[in-house]
Design a protein around this ligand. Structure first.
Ligand SMILES: Nc1ncnc2c1ncn2[C@@H]1O[C@H](COP(=O)(O)OP(=O)(O)OP(=O)(O)O)[C@@H](O)[C@H]1O
Ligand SMILES: [Mg+2]
Length: 554
C-alpha cells in the first residue's frame, strides 16, 4: 500500500519554505518581527469585489493578515465577512481583485487550491461523518483527492498534532461521541494535518459553551504564537478585543477601519460596524433595571418531566417549572445539561417519558408539535436550519412555514398569495432582514439575517409562550439589541418567555427569574435582580445547596 503522501504542494514564502517542509509539520515559526527581511503578509487581498445578483457582498475590499497574528473581522450581519473569507478559502470566486499568499499571487478556484496554499477554514457546520472516527474522517477527505492512506500512520500523525497544539483529540474517538467543541477541534486538526498555516474561523465561538470558547481563544493565541496567521470572525466584541492583534471592520461590503484592541473599545467598534450609536453595547446589561410587568397565571406548567437525550440516555430527570404571563424565566446551565431537551419537549419535538406539560391549563404532553404551536407556542430553536427554516425555500415560504394554516394567510384550502407577500415584506422591513426580496432563497441570507427572519416569524402570531433558545446567536450587536427589545416587548404584552441562553449577561438582562439546570435537574432558582453570577456559576458546575431546591416548584 502506498503510504500517506502528506500534502506537500503548500507553497510558503521564501523564509518559511526552507525552514518548514510541510511534510514534517513545522516547529514553531520565528515570529515575523525576528525575520531577517520584512516578511510578506500571510494574506493580502486587494480590491476584492463580489456580487450576488443585485447584492454587493464585497466592494473593493483590501484586507491583510500577517503571520503570527490573530486578525479579527467584525461587522454587521450581511456585511460580507463570510463572503470575503469564502473567497480566501476557494469557495467563491471574486468578480474582481487579487489574492496574494505570502507575497505570491494565488489562484484560489476551489477549496483544494486554497488548502494547497495553506489556507483552511473552520465553518460553523462541521462536515464530519458521525459514525466514523476522527482519523477516518480525515482520511475520507483525502481519499477524495485520490491518495491512498495508511490509517495507523495518519492516526499517529494526528495524535502528534493534537498533542503539539493542545487540542486534546483522540484520533480513534468517534465523532458522535464528541461535544461540539471537540468536533470543532477535529476540524482544526484536519486542517493542520492538511498543512494549513492560515486558519480562518467563521464565528467559531457562537456554538461553544463559555468554557469551550475560552479554551478556543487560547488555542487561537497559541497558533498565532507558533507563527500561524489566524482570521477570526465574531460578533462578540469582548472576545475580539481580548484575542485579536488587529481588528478590521466591514460595513456593507467595505472595510471601514483596521485598528488594534489598545486603540479601540466596544463602543467605537459598534459604531464603526453600524454607523450609528448603540445603547446596549455600552452599558452593562446586567445592571439595567428590569421594569416590572404584572404577572398573571401560569402559561407553561411543567411537572416531573423526564425525557431521553440524543444518545438514548436520560436528559431530563424530573423537571418542575412554571412560566407565567408577563414573565421571562431564564434557564442557565452549561450546554448538555438538558436545556435542548427541555426546549424540544415543551415544543413537542421530543417525547416525554414521564411527567406532564400544560399550556394555559391544557394538557399537551406528547402532543404533536403542530398542535402545540396552535396552542400559541413560538419556538426560536437552537439550530435554525435543522428545525426552524428551510434553506432551499424562498423567504415567503419560510415566513409562513408555521402559520400557513391560519387566516389571513389562507382562505379556505388556498394560500392567499397577496397576504403572504405582504406578511413577508413586513417581516423583512420590521426586522431589518438584509435581502434583495421575498423571492430570495433562504440560504442566500447571511446567518444573522436568517435568525432575524425566524424571530420575526415566530413573534408575529402574538404567542402565549415563547421558547427562545440562544435567540441572539450569530446576530450582530445592533440586531442583538433589537431582539432583546422585541423580547421585552413580548413580555410587556403578557407573553410568557422561556429563555435558554449561555450568555449570563443576556439571561440577567432579560429574565425575572433564573433557573439553573445541571444534569437534567433543577439545581437552583432565584430572582434575576440581584442574582449573584458567582453563585449561578457554582450551580452550573453542579455545586450548591440542592437540598433546598429539590421538589420545589420553580
Ligand atoms: N450564495 C449567495 N447568494 C446570494 N446572496 C448571498 C450569498 N451569500 C451571501 N449573500 C449575500 O451577501 C451578503 C453578505 O453575506 P455574508 O454571509 O458574507 O455576511 P456576513 O458578514 O457573514 O453576515 P453574518 O454576520 O450574518 O454571518 C448578504 O447580503 C447575503 O445575503
Ligand atoms: Mg457570516
Amino acid at each position: 500500500m502506498e503510504h500517506i503522501r502528506a500534502p506537500n504542494s503548500l507553497e510558503l514564502g521564501p523564509g518559511m519554505k526552507d525552514r518548514h517542509p510541510i511534510t514534517h509539520h513545522p516547529s514553531p515559526i520565528t515570529p515575523p518581527s525576528h525575520h531577517p527581511v520584512t516578511p510578506s503578509p500571510a494574506v493580502a487581498m486587494r480590491g476584492i469585489s463580489k456580487r450576488f445578483g443585485s447584492v454587493v457582498a464585497n466592494d473593493r475590499v483590501d484586507f491583510e493578515a500577517s503571520w503570527g497574528e490573530v486578525h479579527a473581522l467584525v461587522g454587521e450581519n450581511g456585511a460580507g465577512k463570510s463572503t470575503l473569507m469564502s473567497i480566501l478559502a476557494g469557495l467563491y470566486r471574486p468578480d474582481s481583485g487579487e489574492v496574494e499568499i505570502d507575497g505570491a499571487p494565488a489562484r484560489l478556484r476551489s477549496p483544494r487550491d486554497a488548502i494547497a496554499r495553506g489556507i483552511g477554514m473552520v465553518y460553523q457546520h462541521f462536515m464530519l461523518v458521525e459514525p466514523f472516527t476522527v482519523t477516518e474522517n480525515v482520511v475520507l477527505g483525502e481519499q477524495r483527492s485520490g491518495v491512498d492512506l495508511e490509517l495507523g500512520r495518519v492516526e499517529r500523525e494526528l495524535a502528534g498534532l493534537s498533542e503539539k497544539y493542545g487540542l486534546g483529540i483522540d484520533p480513534r474517538a468517534r465523532i458522535w461521541q464528541l461535544s461540539v467543541g471537540e468536533q470543532q477541534r477535529v476540524e482544526i486538526l484536519r486542517l493542520l494535518y492538511l498543512g494549513a498555516r492560515i486558519l480562518v474561523f467563521d464565528e467559531p465561538t457562537a456554538v461553544l459553551t463559555p468554557q469551550e470558547a475560552r479554551s478556543l481563544l487560547q488555542t487561537l493565541r497559541g497558533m498565532a504564537a507558533q507563527g500561524f496567521s489566524v482570521v477570526f470572525i465574531s460578533h462578540k466584541l469582548d472576545e475580539v478585543l481580548e484575542v485579536a492583534d488587529r481588528i478590521s471592520v466591514l460595513r456593507r461590503g467595505e472595510i471601514v477601519a483596521t485598528t488594534r484592541p489598545a486603540e479601540t473599545d466596544r463602543r467605537t467598534l459598534a459604531r464603526l460596524m453600524v454607523g450609528r450609536e448603540l445603547a446596549e453595547v455600552v452599558e452593562q446589561p446586567a445592571s439595567e433595571p428590569h421594569e416590572p410587568v404584572a404577572q398573571g397565571d401560569a402559561v407553561l406548567e411543567v411537572r416531573g418531566l423526564y425525557a431521553l437525550g440524543e444518545k438514548g440516555l436520560p436528559a431530563l430527570r424530573g423537571i418542575d417549572l412554571d412560566v407565567r404571563t408577563g414573565e421571562t424565566l431564564g434557564i442557565a446551565g452549561v450546554a448538555g445539561n438538558g436545556q435542548r431537551e427541555l426546549a424540544e419537549t415543551v415544543t413537542g419535538l421530543r417525547s416525554v417519558t414521564d411527567g406532564s406539560l400544560r399550556i394555559d391549563g391544557k394538557e399537551l404532553t406528547n402532543r404533536p408539535a403542530a398542535e402545540i404551536a396552535r396552542a400559541g407556542v413560538a419556538h426560536i430553536p437552537e439550530d435554525r436550519l435543522a428545525t426552524g427554516l428551510i434553506g432551499g425555500m424562498d423567504l415567503s415560504e419560510n415566513a409562513i412555514l408555521r402559520g400557513y394554516a391560519r387566516p389571513p394567510l389562507c382562505s379556505g384550502p388556498f394560500l392567499a398569495s397577496k397576504a403572504v407577500a405582504s406578511f413577508t415584506d413586513r417581516l423583512i422591513a420590521d426586522h431589518d432582514v438584509k435581502t434583495p426580496g421575498r423571492w430570495a432563497k433562504l440560504r442566500t441570507l447571511s446567518g444573522g439575517n436568517q435568525q432575524k427572519l425566524l424571530l420575526g416569524r415566530e413573534l408575529a402570531g402574538e404567542p402565549r409562550l415563547i421558547v427562545a433558545v440562544h435567540p441572539t446567536r450569530g446576530v450582530d450587536v445592533g440586531a442583538t439589541e433589537a431582539i432583546h427589545q422585541a423580547l421585552r416587548d413580548q413580555r410587556a404584552r403578557g407573553a410568557a418567555i422561556l429563555l435558554i441562553s449561555e450568555d449570563l449577561d443576556e439571561l440577567l438582562a432579560l429574565s425575572d427569574r433564573i433557573v439553573v439546570l445541571f444534569d437534567g435537574r433543577v439545581m437552583g432558582a432565584m430572582p434575576a435582580s440581584g442574582a449573584d453570577p458567582e453563585e449561578i456559576g457554582l450551580l452550573m458546575a453542579g455545586i450548591g445547596n440542592r437540598e433546598s431546591e429539590v421538589g420545589t416548584r420553580v
